[in-house]
Design a protein around this ligand. Structure first.
Ligand code: NVA
Length: 366
């Protein structure tokens, strides 16, 4: 059977998915967007170059096992084609010495209905990452006459895209939280910027985090691009490094969302959910005090879960508290060993991108 691209939510029954790869993943050299994002106490500060091969092999083994488990449940799995990430990126506007990788397709590809949209991205080292998915996009285009392959305008990513007061090694969490509350993020409003992982799909509604990787112009661009959707902007002022919404706010099924208790959705942004009877519950505590070595993400990858349908959720195997909470909320929990792949770009939601989930477009917030 040929491919069908169609997915409207984060929880409808998953039938076809892309799972990333750790192959050739690099720690990119410093650049403005990364400088602001890498936590000040991180072991990654000042490092760059290809990641250790034994860590890459282990990451790939876990990603391959995850893909095989999904296939065992009847889900079609596709994989990206890595490019040579040691190559520099040079445009008329910027140069950076190496690239990143293709473990987290969720950051790059936004599937909305029958469309897959390549995000602008906001890091220079990730400017060409969409190329890893082009072989798949070409195949989907050939196989599915209804597939819309779209790419948002490539940004210039000059220094004008970044606030220089973020470009300092020592800002301090207090100052960062103050800026987050003021909605002063590293990216400026020079041009539209968004990462796909700042967007959550709730049928007719798209919920988008304004933060380091997505600016207001990026959200305005999404509004104009999806005129039949309602696009909502959200912020989580408790997050000093606000990138990607999927370790902060996790819809699990119609009516239920997990929210990171350190990054609660402010009261004045809850109306949409409350008016429609949705429950927003605090996520369980992570099982770990620290992320694994050389990892960009926080311990809250515990809540970066992948719903296979509205009753079944994949949870990282060591995240026992998160698994227990989901079990109590009535889900079948599928444990997946992925922690040693976190360093390549995230958890179970990050390392996947939807191609097809069953079910059509619904209005959950009428
Ligand atoms: N900002 C997130 C990224 C998770 C995908 C974090 O908590 O690290």
């Amino acid at each position: 059977m040929g491919t069908i691209v169609e997915s409207w939510t984060e929880w409808d029954p998953l039938r076809h998915v892309i799972v990333g790869r750790a192959t050739d993943c690099h720690i990119p050299p410093n650049e403005p967007a990364l400088e602001a994002k890498v936590p000040e106490d991180s072991d990654m500060r000042g490092q760059h170059g290809k990641r250790p091969q034994e860590m890459i092999d282990k990451g790939n083994e876990l990603l391959d096992n995850f893909a095989a488990m999904l296939e065992g449940r009847g889900i079609i799995v596709d994989r990206p084609t890595p490019t040579d990430f040691s190559l520099p990126v040079t445009t008329p506007d910027f140069h950076t010495d190496s690239q990143f990788g293709c473990m987290p397709p969720r950051d790059v590809l936004l599937t909305v209905g029958k469309e897959i949209l390549e995000a602008t991205m906001s890091y220079r080292c990730r400017w060409f990452e969409y190329l890893c998915y082009r072989p798949l996009m070409q195949r989907y285009f050939d196989e599915d006459p209804g597939f819309r392959h779209e790419a948002a305008p490539k940004p210039r990513l000059t220094d004008a895209d970044y606030h220089d007061n973020y470009l300092s090694e020592k800002i301090g969490v207090e100052q960062r939280l103050k800026w987050a509350a003021e909605k002063h993020f590293v990216t400026t409003e020079e041009e539209p910027l968004f990462d796909a992982a700042d967007v959550l799909r709730f049928g007719k509604d798209l919920v988008v985090q304004h933060g380091f990787t997505t600016n207001l112009k990026g959200i305005e661009w999404l509004k104009r691009h999806f005129p039949d959707h309602r696009v909502h902007t959200v912020n989580f002022p408790g997050d000093p490094y606000p990138i990607h919404i999927d370790a902060t706010f996790t819809p699990l099924r119609p009516g239920l969302i997990l929210n990171n208790p350190q990054r609660r959705l402010p009261d004045d942004q809850r109306g949409l959910f409350e008016r429609n009877g949705w429950e927003i519950v605090d996520a369980a505590q992570p099982a770990h005090n620290q992320p694994p070595a050389l990892c960009y993400s926080s311990v809250w990858l515990s809540m970066n879960v992948l719903a296979l349908d509205d009753k079944t959720v994949c949870v990282e195997a060591s995240e026992v508290y998160q698994a227990d909470q989901l079990d109590k909320l009535g889900f079948e929990v599928v444990p997946v060993d992925l922690r040693d792949a976190y360093a390549f770009g995230g958890g179970l939601h990050c390392c996947t991108a939807d191609v097809r989930r069953e079910g059509g477009l619904q209005d959950y917030f009428p």
